[in-house]
Design a protein around this ligand. Structure first.
Ligand SMILES: NC(=O)c1ccc[n+]([C@@H]2O[C@H](COP(=O)([O-])OP(=O)(O)OC[C@H]3O[C@@H](n4cnc5c(N)ncnc54)[C@H](O)[C@@H]3O)[C@@H](O)[C@H]2O)c1
Length: 395
């Protein structure tokens, strides 16, 4: 497949690094940037055969099979429209839209055009994430009761992020989109998100939008999703997830503590995304492109186009994320739980949301099992009919 890139900024370079990193039959061949000099520089850096400052021209060129959107959030919809018009498969960076209405229009456009809309949610493709998600699907931690995802860093690198009109909000739409989708994957994408309670604040920066937010998302099976985001965090990029299940727990530290620690007096350069210093004790990331999920993400997208299957992350998922974030923004205003409004829900319509209680035997529920320092096993049981709580000591 021949790939065209829209945009030549920060994420366009991460994506291009992933696309050119391995020997592959899929090739990045061309780039659009509104600034022709930047388009030329990008084309030179990645040895692309064509560059332009005309987006429609690039998208409609016959040698382009697939378009990657790496533009600011307010330009995603127009770029998707150009791809739908030219009937070119399209992969769009996160967030899909500035809000759910925009995202839904993009979803409808690709489905009506019969093209694939892949949602570039890289953090749902990291090696650690994929292995955790498989462990959960295999039952390793039982039913997921609570999934928390945190992303915090010292703030984004371009002007448009800080303008809510162009970005659609602040840290919540920028980083919350990752966290919402990570937690949603852990809980189960077939489970409907019902309502959201959220706190936002502008704690540091002179902007209208929020630079910090915390949200809770109630799911139809009784599970709780939680996101924590901030543009005020000092010390790099904090990417952590915690999942609590009836049979186990998963903790992921994706960036600042990956087992690679280095001390430098400061003679070097780039350390890792959003690292604030290149001296002292540092936390580099071995293969950033892979560890942030970009490599697995493009492989899944290319395979899906070739096999005509849904990628792990599609425009539909991007739309659900935007719908959850819309409810979060509404809740931050009202201070109440706000419903997640979804048009055309495609997951489960009924769910058992009762407690995930385990039976001990025909007559009793098991409340707790504990091994004491003496080696004795202690069981706390509840009678299913009388409700009496008793202790049984074994051994
Ligand atoms: N991990 C991730 O998935 C991740 C990380 C960073 C950014 N992003 C997303 O990627 C997109 C781009 O972010 P970025 O960090 O690359 O930003 P950036 O500012 O570094 O690059 C944006 C690109 O869009 C171009 N551009 C800006 N305004 C334009 C306009 N009015 N018309 C045409 N082109 C314009 C710029 O010239 C540049 O090429 C955003 O949607 C952002 O949320 C995703």
């Amino acid at each position: 497949m021949n790939v065209a890139m829209l945009g030549s900024g920060f994420i366009a370079r991460f994506y291009a690094d992933a696309l050119v990193a391995q020997r592959a039959k899929d090739k990045l061949i061309s780039v659009y940037s509104r600034n022709l000099d930047k388009a030329k520089k990008f084309a030179d850096d990645y040895q692309l055969s064509f560059y332009t400052d005309d987006m429609d021209l690039l998208v409609s060129r016959p040698d382009v099979d697939l378009v990657v959107i790496s533009l600011p959030n307010n330009l995603h919809e127009a770029a998707v429209a150009a791809c739908a018009k030219a009937k070119k498969h399209v992969l769009c960076t996160k967030p899909l839209g500035r809000n759910a209405a925009e995202a839904k229009r993009m979803l409808d456009m690709v489905e009506e055009a019969g093209i694939m809309g892949g949602y570039l949610e890289d953090l749902c493709y990291t090696p650690k994430f994929l292995k955790s998600a498989k462990a959960i699907r295999d039952g390793s931690i039982g039913k997921v009761l609570w999934a928390k995802s945190r992303e915090a860093h010292p703030g984004p690198h371009s002007d448009w992020f800080w303008d809510a009109e162009q970005s659609g909000g602040g840290a919540m739409v920028d980083l919350g989109c990752h966290c919402v989708e990570i937690a949603r994957n852990f809980i189960g994408k077939e489970i409907r998100p019902l309502e959201v309670m959220c706190w936002t604040a502008t704690q540091v920066h002179p902007i209208q939008a929020e630079d910090s937010a915390i949200g809770l998302i109630k799911y139809a099976n009784g599970a709780m999703g939680q996101f924590e985001v901030s543009w005020c965090f000092r010390g790099g990029m904090d990417l952590r997830d915690e999942v609590m299940g009836t049979e186990g727990t998963i903790w992921l530290n994706n960036f600042l503590r990956t087992g690679f620690e280095m001390f430098s007096t400061g003679k070097g350069g780039y350390v890792a995304e959003k690292a604030e210093s290149s001296s002292g004790w540092l936390f580099p990331v071995g293969d950033e492109v892979h560890e942030l999920g970009y490599t697995n993400m493009f492989t899944d997208m290319f395979n899906s186009i070739e096999n005509k299957t849904e990628p792990l992350e599609s425009f539909y998922d991007g739309y659900i994320v935007n719908a959850i974030l819309d409810a979060a923004y509404a809740s931050a205003k009202t201070g109440r739980w706000e419903p997640v409004q979804i048009e055309g829900w495609r997951g489960n319509t009924t769910e058992d949301n009762g407690p995930a209680t385990a039976s001990y035997d025909d007559d009793h529920y098991l409340i707790k099992k504990e091994i004491l320092p003496s080696g004795e096993h202690k069981l706390i049981l509840k009678h299913k009919v009388t409700g009496e709580v008793t202790v049984r000591e074994i051994g």
